[in-house]
Design a protein around this ligand. Sequence first.
Ligand code: GLA
Length: 380
Amino acid sequence: MDRNVIFQHFFQRFGAPAGSLFMAPGRVNLIGEHTDYNGGFVFPGAVCQGIMAAVRPSTGSRMVRAYAIDLDSYCEFCLDDPEGPSRVDFRYLYGVARELMGRGVRVEGFDTVYAGDVPLGAGMSSSAALECCFAYGLNRLFGGGLDRMELALVGQATEHRYVGVNCGIMDQFVSMHGREGSLVRLDCRSGEFEYFPWHPEGYRLVLVNSCVKHELVGSPYNDRRRSCERVAQLAGVETLRDCTWEQLEALRPQLSEEDYRRARYVLGEADRVLAVCDALQHDDYERVGEQMYLTHEGLSKDYEVSCEEIDFLVEVARRCGVTGARIMGGGFGGCTINLVRDDRYEAFTAEVAPAYRARFGVECKVIPVVIGEGARLIDN
Ligand code: GLA
């Protein structure tokens, strides 16, 4: 992401110097997948890749003029239009502005140009980065005074109401709260969180992007969530976080096989997150890795959000002696996250791309993970 390119585009399009420049990141998640909307724990960190936006208020106007460099697409809409743009790319922007307005922020018209370097549909939360970049930026420019947690909720509400994905809070939370060099463990039921410095001596994290684009809009993501809600309701608890193994087993005769397996995954994942927390206190990365493989098995077989390409990447990781590997994010494609011992790193990264090409005829991309900062102002 080159800020000068954003500034140049801004000047060409709007004939004026760009205003403030904001950035919000995508994320990785060590463990705790599909637990956020079940009131459980997640363990994400912000990455260095994200969305950068130049925003210049046009005082007195109600119009937004937006240009997305990566998509080469332009859109204008009025903040007071009750429908907003139909193109999903711009509904994020419209939704964030409307959600801020609904919380009393006096958003006015603005011009914006933005670009990103989080791969789209790779399970790294490019959409949360987009929402959080504008939630943070507009809140700041228009003196909204909302705190970071509220801004994360603005992003999540945008997904729910304007895009149609009933996501949890993990992605927007960490895009707002990320801290360089630290993962953060969030309790999605209470909203409490704690930073864990992430310097795993002798190991590193690396993503492998399968380049199978995942699309959560209109996808079975919402369907997974509905299964969990059905089981929680039958168990008489608010979310699966409060459902015990005994309760689940007792309910089994009443559940479809599919709902049962999905709930079994969620309960298992809650146990795995706790096991990882414990392992981290003892710097036991081999145990962390084991849990990652188990998560993958659960996501693939019980929760059924993996795909052939991703299962293959996890198998290659196993073959290469990678400590832990699993699909990351919402699923249905995107990236694997791999915990790799330093002495296995080269062999793995050299092996994975040719193996993938030979099998699927497609290039996968290796992306080293660097844990970065959350949403921020870059240039005024
Ligand atoms: C997507 C959602 C998150 C979370 C993950 C799965 O990234 O946006 O809220 O549910 O999937 O852990």
